[in-house]
Design a protein. Structure first.
Length: 96
């Protein structure tokens, strides 16, 4: 299990989402295969990964199951391929 947290910055584009922080931690530890992603946030409703995080995650686990929990305990569930249809991957580069 690898954890991550949002790293906010006054210049918004250079902040890092928790999902990408967790992926970076995992890759630095030699892990490149993922079986699930769990998101817990203070939002009232479950949140899904942002577009940038979806792109990073699809490189490692295109059908990754994702569970998200909001502050009220409400659960959301998706798979990455449902959230990111027709992704741009390394295969896209080979066919260019």
């Amino acid at each position: 299990m690898f954890t991550g947290c949002n790293v906010e910055n006054s210049s918004y584009p250079v902040g890092i989402c928790a999902e990408r922080a967790a992926v970076a931690t995992a890759v630095a530890a030699g892990q490149q295969r993922f079986t699930a992603l769990v998101i817990v946030s203070e939002a009232e409703t479950p949140t899904s990964p942002c577009g940038m995080c979806r792109q990073v995650l699809v490189e490692f686990a295109p059908t990754l199951p994702i569970r998200s929990y909001g502050a009220a305990g409400v659960e959301g569930a998706w798979t990455l391929d449902a959230l990111l249809a027709a992704p741009f991957t390394g295969d896209s580069l080979r066919h260019a």
